[in-house]
Every structure is written in C-alpha cells, then in structure tokens.
Unconditional design. Structure first.
Length: 411
C-alpha cells in the first residue's frame, strides 16, 4: 500500500467519533426499532389465498390476510378485550375479520368495527377502528409500512431497500429489484436486540467467528482476519434526498485501484494466518435503513446476499436471509433452485450464518439494559459501526416508542 502512511493518519478521524455518543442518542433510544419505514412481514409463499398470517414488527402485533390479489394488514389486538385475533381468526364475509372471542368484526381495509356478532345494534359499531398498515407485495415478499397512522405521504418501498448498484467491472452481483433475478431465502427468530444483529451483519472485525465455517473450507476462499480502515473513504455514505440511505464498507479497491481498507491476513503475536488461498474476492458489504444488509458477490461471485433484521420486541428480531441470483432462462432457473435447495441454503444460512446468530445472542445480556452502550470500548475496527449509528440518528424517519402495554400509547 503506497498510500498507507497518510491513510494511517486519517484513520484516527474515522474512529474519533466513538467518543461522541451524544451524536447518536436517537440510535440508543431505538430499542424498539425505527418507525415510518417499510419492513418485510412474510414471504409471499407464506400467505396462501384466503388465509391469515401474523407477525410482530417493532412491538406491533399485526394480522395479515390474503384475498385474491389483495393483501391486508391490520392491528392484531381486538379493541374489545385486547386478545390477538390471529389466535383463531374468522372470516364470515369477504373484506372483514371477526374476533374469535365475542365476535367484534372489522373491515380489513380501514379497520372500522362494522358489526358485533351477537350485538349488531351496539352503539360501539362504527366508532372504533383498529390500525391498518400500507402493504406492498414485491420481489417475493410482503412488505408493511409500520409507523404513525397519519404519516404522509407514505414513501415508496424502494426508498427502504438497498440502492440498486451499477454492475461495473468488478461488482457484478444482481440487485433484488432487477427483472431477471430470483430471490430465495428463509427467515427465523433471533434472541437479541435488532441493533446488535445489524451491527454484526456488516462488522468488518468479526470474521473470527466464521473461522471454522464449512463454506470457507469448501470454497478455499481467502478470508482475511479482519480489515483496518485506512482513511475516511473506507466508509461511503448514501444520503441523497428521496433515495435509499445507507453506509458501505469500501473493502475492495475503488475504480482507481486505491484501497481504503487494509485486509489483515496475519497476527504475528499469535502466529495466526488467514485461511484459504484462492486469491482476493470482491465482497462488499453495505447497510441500509431501516436495517437491511447487502453483500455483493457472496456467497459466490454473481450472487447477492440480503439480510433484514426486523425488530420483534426489545430482545427479539426476525432474521431474514435471502440470496439473489441472475436467471436468464428456465434451465438456469431450475439449476439455481437446485443449487440453492441442496447446497447454498444449508452451507450459507446454517453452516455460516448460524455463527452470526449465536454471536448476536451472546451480545444481548451486555446491551440488554442499555449498559453496553456506556461500557463498550470500541476500537479502530468499529469505525463503520459508529458511522452507522450516527447516520441512522440523522436519517431515520422516526424512532419507535415502546408498546402500549409498557405504558405508552402509539396513537
Ligand atoms: S376480545 Fe375480541 S370480541 Fe371480545
Ligand atoms: Fe458474519
């Protein structure tokens, strides 16, 4: 690295922000997630026509129903006695849902109480409303806009997805929004606050936990022990008005050949060298509001990995793992699905990502009561995490408040 000495100097400015915690107080307050953003709720295939589904996003219980081409999303808490309607939802009439307990019946479109099974004259009818959620079903996923009921205008879904990137000479993995792609993935629950999951997702210093991953052995990939930011350019910010907001680890050289991260392949003190010798791979990670990871050229060149870390409660998140493949014809499509089903799904989501899942769970006790944010001691490798915290504090559309049960009404 010819430019290392000057870069070393400016590395200090990359990490100096770690002392300015006040600069990201909104992030510390975002225990229950962000609000006024689009979040994935279910994969499309999880909600059959005429069926109900349910989820919890940022502490808000939500009932979903598919009726033909339309998907409806409504608060999953009956206005009468507060039970979850999703425990045993009834649909006696198209466009409505009836609570299993005493028959309060709501319009799925606007949430209005339209009748009560055993009290059709009750004066409450027409006066109560459950919250409903804007829905977009695209790219094989049902997305919901979770936030203030009166937030307007609702921004386009694509403003909350990783920005489609140009496929230049080096970065040729597809965007999930491209036409000729297939998106395949799973989701599961993790036992950590969503912020810890996000920070793990694109943490340039955490490759040690993947040290023994079968995927690394199988591919003989050259995976450094970590990466050291050399200058402020190690992190690129995407903050244009009306566009997706994100931060990118510039772990591969720019078009001009200059690297802004130095990969660490050896620790002489410990006598440890990185595994694999297949040469450099152009893997680049970026994190986007409201907490979406994109990894280019992972798990293999030409594939993109996407991950969402959707807050469920303050100590649980819904972990979405999805790969995007290019498919130009039916034969390619069959081959991609076959490779995914029989190899990549196991090797990446379980063989590799399982290590991230237990690592996040292991961080949770320290951060549980907010103590971790005071007690942590971040180093040079954490520059991008600090940058993300500040970036989110500036660009999030809102910080979610605790659920009603915890003493605050969101209405
Ligand atoms: S609790 Fe739902 S109708 Fe009574
Ligand atoms: Fe990881």
């Amino acid at each position: 690295m010819t430019h290392q000495s000057s870069a070393d100097k400016s590395a200090a400015s990359v990490t100096s922000a770690k002392f300015g915690k006040k600069l990201y107080q909104p992030y510390i307050d975002a225990k229950w997630g962000l609000k006024n953003h689009w979040f994935p709720a279910l994969y499309s295939h999880e909600l059959a026509d005429g069926s109900f589904g349910s989820t919890t996003i940022c502490g808000e219980p939500i009932l979903l129903r598919r009726e033909g081409a339309a998907v409806h999303a409504i608060e999953d808490r009956c206005a009468h006695r507060g039970v979850k309607i999703s425990i045993k939802p009834h649909c006696f009439k198209k466009g409505t849902v009836t609570c299993w307990y005493h028959g309060f019946t709501y319009n799925l479109e606007d949430g209005l109480l339209t009748t009560i099974l055993a009290a059709p004259e009750d004066p409450l009818i027409g006066t109560l409303r459950l919250k409903t959620y804007p829905v977009q079903e695209k790219y094989g996923i049902i997305f919901l806009f979770v936030g203030d009921a009166d937030y307007a205008p609702v921004p386009p879904l694509e403003s909350d997805l990783p920005k489609p990137l140009e496929r230049d000479y080096k970065y040729f993995s597809p965007n999930l929004t491209d036409d000729n792609v297939i998106n395949l993935g799973i989701r599961r629950s993790g036992n950590a606050n969503w912020r810890l999951a996000v920070e793990n997702g694109f943490d340039p210093g955490h490759t040690l936990i993947h040290w023994k991953s079968p995927l690394i052995y199988a591919s003989n990939r050259s995976v450094p022990l970590g990466a050291k930011p050399l200058s402020d350019k190690a992190i690129r910010f995407f903050d244009q008005e009306g566009e997706p907001k994100g931060v990118m680890n510039m772990t591969v050289p720019d078009e001009d050949g200059i690297s802004h991260y130095q990969p660490i392949f050896e620790n002489k003190e410990l006598g440890i060298k990185a595994k694999g010798n297949s040469g450099p791979t152009f893997v680049r990670t970026s994190m986007w509001l409201p907490g979406v990871l994109r990894v280019e050229n992972f798990p293999a060149p030409g594939i993109s990995l996407y991950e969402w870390y959707v807050p469920t409660t303050e100590d649980k998140y819904d972990y979405w793992e999805m790969m995007t493949f290019t498919v130009n014809d039916e034969e390619q499509r069959i081959n991609v699905i076959d490779r995914y089903d029989n190899y990549l799904k196991q090797a990446v989501f379980h063989g590799f990502n399982d290590d991230d899942v237990w690592a996040r769970d292991a961080m949770q006790p320290f951060y549980q009561n907010g103590v971790g944010f005071d007690e942590e001691r971040l180093g040079t490798m954490d520059a991008v995490i600090v940058a993300w915290r500040k970036f989110l504090s500036t660009h999030a559309r809102g910080i979610q408040t605790p659920p009603k049960e915890l003493g605050k009404s969101r209405r």
